[in-house]
Design a protein around this ligand. Structure first.
Ligand SMILES: [Zn+2]
Length: 223
């Protein structure tokens, strides 16, 4: 696998960060999930799967199995990109639900379960068995109930991605889902600024470039 720059997490919501796992941050297009190893690395950077689980699945996988899951993830990413591009700019309505049937089928495969633990136990690494790892938790005074997930096969790596996408459509106002205004940029984000004035994926990638272009055109016009 090719060593890439760290993946981009600038969308302010994990579902869009997943869509942004293919991008052109400088001038070469990078697909962070171009193969199985890339998918494992991206999931680890995204904090969606505990490192220990990733190591176990890497060990157990048959040759080519992780690459096949990465291909499925890329398919999901492109289908979902089309959905977001079509719907962003206005609140999602119930009419969008039929289009989300494939996502619902993925979510139906999840094998989540609840476990009680102590509140300090936040890493998911202390459970010690292969049954599952923390996928989310709700704290109480001394004990907490945690949502765990069984990671039965490499396929299960798609489940936290499905959960992130489901979070995007159910928790975010699509009015605030924006595409970066950079001319060649494909990155998307949720605009959480007070006046909804965010225009760029980041200043470093596109904002400064736009500023420089505006500066150059001012110089040209005045000279
Ligand atoms: Zn951009």
């Amino acid at each position: 696998m090719v060593q890439h720059a760290p993946a981009l997490f600038l969308a302010d919501t994990p579902g869009l960060d997943f869509l942004n796992s293919i991008a052109t941050p400088v001038d070469t297009r990078i697909d962070w999930i171009e193969d199985g190893e890339g998918l494992l690395a991206w999931l680890e950077q995204a904090g969606l799967v505990p490192p220990r689980t990733l190591a176990e699945l890497r060990e157990q996988a048959m040759p080519g199995e992780l690459d096949a899951v990465a291909a499925q993830a890329r398919g999901l990413r492109e289908t979902f990109r089309t959905f977001v591009q079509e719907h962003r700019g206005a609140p999602l309505t119930a009419e969008a639900l039929p289009e989300l049937a494939p996502l619902n089928r993925l979510l139906a495969r999840d094998e989540g379960f609840l476990q009680l633990g102590v509140a300090e136990d936040t890493t998911g690494d202390t459970a010690g068995d292969a049954a599952g790892d923390a996928a989310g938790d709700r704290a109480t005074a001394g004990l907490r109930i945690r949502t765990m997930r069984r990671w039965r096969s490499p396929d299960s790596l798609l489940l936290p991605i499905g959960e992130a996408l489901a979070g995007l459509v159910s928790e975010e106002d699509f009015t605030d889902v924006k595409a970066c205004e950079g001319p060649a940029c494909t990155l998307m984000f949720v605009d959480r600024t007070r006046g909804r004035v965010r225009r760029w994926c980041s200043m470093a990638i596109c904002g400064n470039r736009a500023k420089q272009a505006a500066h150059r055109s001012r110089l040209k016009n005045s000279g």
